[in-house]
Design a binder for this molecule. Structure first.
Ligand code: SME
Length: 153
């Protein structure tokens, strides 16, 4: 882990102060996280828009797939289980959805509002193999929990 998470968290908290709109918060977070570390080649959100269905939200990087069912890919695995997914080698993950052939590893975190409802998943893809640690997952989960605690659609 080579990212200054306390500084990143403080910046995101300052930028999102008083904001409750989920898309505005997602856009701010995607931008700040994406530019915080060279490991992050695609950074963004897939929103829960129907039971078992994710739709692309704010992101940074190349174009993302628009729709992902809960039954597909790493994002779907995160959404259906509610658990963080750290995938060191996407080629070894059954059903991985390749949006960019350069992607080698991936981290996907659940995003919940203050009531605990799953509203989205936060997906970071890296062109480096085995790019993500439990430390990344924990730090980013803390930021997500804080930012979306008082959010609304
Ligand atoms: N890699 C994801 C799909 C999203 S794109 O990579 C942006 C997955 O398998 O869930």
């Amino acid at each position: 882990m080579n990212i200054a998470y306390p500084e990143l968290a403080a910046r995101i908290v300052a930028l999102s102060e008083g904001e409750t709109d989920q898309v505005a918060l997602m856009a701010t977070l995607a931008c700040e996280v994406h530019h915080a570390d060279g490991r992050f080649d695609w950074t963004g959100f897939y929103r829960v828009v129907a039971p078992d269905l994710l739709k692309i939200g704010p992101y940074q990087g190349g174009h993302g797939r628009l729709t992902i069912p809960f039954s597909r890919g790493v994002c779907g695995a995160c959404a259906s289980t509610g658990q963080a997914q750290i995938v060191p080698d996407v080629d070894a993950f059954p059903g991985h959805i390749a949006c960019a052939t350069s992607t080698r590893s991936e981290l996907v975190l659940p995003v919940r509002d203050g009531s605990g409802t799953l509203i989205a998943v936060f997906d970071i893809d890296s062109d480096q193999p085995d790019a993500f640690t439990e430390g990344d997952a924990d730090a980013l989960a803390g930021i997500l929990a804080h930012v979306f605690e008082r959010s609304a659609p």
